[in-house]
Design a protein around this ligand. Structure first.
Ligand code: SF4
Ligand code: SF4
Length: 173
């Protein structure tokens, strides 16, 4: 029969002194390093054209939505966040959305709607903040979603540039 002998702990080990001193030394070293905590919201998040915030609908210069209510973004949305009801109009585009809703609590900011849209009518904005008092308020309708094209211009230019890159590389023999 083998009898295991436990090592006798010293007084310092019984008081966890080595671990406490190691922990304090790490705290002491970090104390003098530059803090990397961002004081949000006083210090807002950096935003640029690559920022994929909440999707927004483009309003053209004539004041109408660019959307023709084709439903492709609704079909592409993996989170089932988009609901569209369209109706016919007399203008050349023939259809426009009567109801266009995005449930922001479902939206995962994936950008599939932006990619699916054949009319460049929906783009990812740089709007990231989302807060309200009820769930219903976070289902955004047309009024909350629409933005003038100029407000989304940086993102639109970026998406065109990215798409051109793929178009050019696929046309290269
Ligand atoms: S960003 Fe993604 S999840 Fe959000 S509405 Fe568009 S497709 Fe749906
Ligand atoms: S894919 Fe574009 S045009 Fe079609 S319903 Fe969505 S936003 Fe409108």
């Amino acid at each position: 029969m083998v009898i295991l002998q436990r090592k006798e702990l010293t007084l310092a080990e019984r008081l966890y002194l080595p671990e406490i001193l190691r922990g304090l030394s790490i705290t002491f070293r970090k104390f003098f390093k530059k803090a990397i905590t961002r004081q949000y919201p006083e210090e807002p998040l950096p935003k640029d054209e690559v920022t994929r915030g909440q999707p927004r609908l483009v309003v053209k210069d004539d004041g109408h939505l660019a959307c023709v209510s084709c439903g492709l973004c609704e079909a592409a949305c993996p989170a089932y966040a988009i609901t569209i009801d369209g109706h016919e109009v007399d203008r050349p585009i023939e259809r426009e959305p009567e109801r266009f809703e995005i449930d922001m609590l479902r939206c995962i900011l994936c950008g599939f709607c932006e990619e699916a849209c054949p009319k460049d009518a929906i783009f990812m904005s740089d709007e990231l903040e989302l807060a309200d008092l009820t769930r219903a308020e976070l289902v955004y309708g047309i009024d909350k979603l629409k933005r003038p094209r100029s407000a989304l211009q940086k993102r639109i230019d970026y998406v065109y540039r990215i798409n051109d890159r793929w178009r050019n590389s696929s046309s290269t023999p």
